[in-house]
Design a binder for this molecule. Structure first.
Ligand code: ATP
Ligand code: MG
Length: 508
């Protein structure tokens, strides 16, 4: 061999770039030469024969369509430059490569002889993807922030009328003698306004305005409970559930109910998508510990239709839904996103058409923020034993809500007066004796906060027995105020049962 030839041979052996010489046709390929680095990229043993290294065979392409496109480029243009492909290594794992090649027609129609350089760009691709992910997360966060303000404003406005409707419906339905159609009508009003209240609560959750209670939570336990919750429905609808829960998963500092809410929303979405597309499906829920990130990952995977690329940036938007009117409100993922964000975590999606969807929820083990004060929320059917005769002042600017609350308290045997704002309340407190005050936070003239301040100075004993009710707390300065004052409070719209229970606790 002359010196030149042996120099080429050494280069071929040593160069840190995959070199491939061979033919590629629509059905088959044959390899003339494959250098050691090419073997390395595709995971072949170094002693593998060169003819056995066939990275461009049909079954090496993750996307068969990409092979058709590549061949077309090679046969029509005669070359490709830095052409990005996703191929499979010998063990089947995918690898991203860039191909620079020259091609001449060879043999049969559509077949060509190729000299190619192949570069492994998986690492770079991963970085690119991560950058894009972060960008999308940022974009989403910004959209959410802007919308959050509008939405929480609207939700707050809806709270008062809803609280009024709920209170009335509840009171009326408790009457013993009701004609059947009236009773049915009232029950419908009650259940539908509760539904509306749930939507409002969802909106406020998304707008980061909900109180949460955090503790160390075993995510696996949450998963098991949630799967149990869906078990019957899944059984009758032909959904199989597989769980793969990591043993020894560290606990995360989180609100267990909210984590469950996230998982439920993801599971229900997956079920709905699989059933709509195939009438059946398999749902896989996985958990594992990411020690590097100090987080726990929760994956919900389905084998449904997947989510098309063009819809992916929209699915977390409020009210984005592809479901028929009445079927979906488009808030499930919005709420999930908001909850995960509030936990300092991330939620992301991986989906290819017709290959299902995977949602990944990443929760930091430590949690990001300290928990706000817990809310006192009772069960709806708590027994009401009145400390009858106690006198209560209701401070509420919404006349209709005020009268619903006042009447309900009177029904329960209390002596009740009403003031339309803080100033009127103060003057009533000066002339009459009260055992307890129920006070709206947001009112014209003198609001709840100012009223409380003056009351604390004038009648500190009574100030300890103030119950606030409010349409919106967390994230506003009301949050800090309630925490500081240590007062009981109720989120609007509340159930009468909850109010009466809080009153009872406040009086005892
Ligand atoms: N696993 C999935 N497979 C396919 N599409 C999905 C999946 N999860 C979500 N989607 C798409 O994202 C959209 C938004 O989901 P989201 O949960 O926010 O709202 P929704 O399910 O339509 O309504 P809601 O949850 O309020 O009842 C869905 O309408 C659906 O098109
Ligand atoms: Mg949903």
């Amino acid at each position: 061999m002359d010196r030149r030839a042996s120099a080429f041979a050494r280069l071929f052996e040593a160069v840190h770039e995959g070199v491939y010489i061979g033919t590629i046709g629509p059905e088959t390929t044959s390899t003339i030469a494959a250098n050691p680095h090419l073997k390395l990229i595709f995971g072949y043993a170094s002693e593998a024969t060169e003819a056995g290294v066939r990275p461009f065979d049909r079954d090496r392409f993750v996307d068969p369509q990409a092979r058709v496109a590549l061949l077309e480029r090679l046969t029509t243009d005669g070359s490709v430059n830095d052409y990005l492909l996703r191929l499979r290594r010998a063990d089947g794992n995918p690898v991203w490569v860039e191909l620079t090649a020259r091609a001449d027609p060879f043999g049969d129609e559509g077949c060509c002889r190729v000299e190619a350089l192949v570069r492994d760009v998986s690492e770079r691709k991963k970085l690119d993807d991560e950058t894009r992910d972060i960008y999308h997360q940022l974009l989403q966060a910004e959209k959410m922030a802007a919308l959050g303000q509008t939405v929480s404003g609207v939700a707050r406005e809806l709270n008062n009328p809803l609280a009024t409707i709920l209170s009335w419906a509840e009171r009326l339905s408790q009457r013993a003698t009701l004609e059947e159609p009236v009773r049915r009508g009232l029950e419908t009003i009650l259940s539908e306004s509760e539904r509306a209240a749930r939507i409002v609560r969802n909106l406020l959750t998304f707008a980061r305005k909900r109180q949460t209670t955090r503790a160390m939570v075993d995510v696996n336990q949450v998963v098991r409970e949630t799967i149990a919750l869906r078990a019957y429905e899944q059984h009758v609808t032909n959904i199989a559930v597989i769980d793969a829960l990591a043993a020894g998963l560290p606990q995360v500092f989180a609100d267990g109910h909210q984590v469950q809410q996230v998982l439920l929303n993801l599971m229900i979405n997956a079920e709905q998508a699989m059933l709509a597309a195939n009438g059946r499906g398999t749902l896989v829920v996985r958990t594992w510990h990411d020690a590097d990130q100090e987080s726990v990952i929760l994956e919900v995977n389905d084998d449904g239709p997947g989510i098309p690329d063009e819809l992916q940036p929209k699915i977390f938007d409020p009210f984005f839904t592809t479901k028929e009117v009445g079927k979906g409100t488009g808030l499930g993922l919005t709420v999930a996103y908001a909850i995960v964000q509030e936990h300092g975590g991330r939620i992301r999606l991986e989906s290819r058409p017709n290959a299902g969807a995977s949602f990944y929820v990443e929760l930091p083990i430590s949690g990001s923020k300290l928990p706000p004060a817990p809310v006192t929320r009772g069960s709806l059917d708590a027994p009401v034993d009145t400390l009858a005769g106690a006198s209560i002042l209701v401070v509420e600017d919404e006349a209709k809500l005020a009268s619903a609350v006042v009447d309900a308290l009177r029904d329960a045997g209390y002596l009740v007066q009403h003031a339309a704002d803080g100033e009127e309340a103060l003057s009533k407190v000066k002339t009459d004796a009260f055992d307890l005050v129920i006070c709206d936070l947001k009112m014209p003239r003198m609001d709840g906060k100012a009223f409380y301040k003056t009351l604390s100075a004038a009648a500190p004993g009574l100030a300890k027995r103030v119950i606030f009710d409010t349409g919106d707390v967390a994230g506003t300065d009301a949050d800090a105020f309630l925490e500081e004052s240590g007062c009981r409070w109720l989120a609007k719209p509340f159930r009468l049962g909850d109010l009466l229970r809080a009153v009872r606790e406040g009086l005892s």
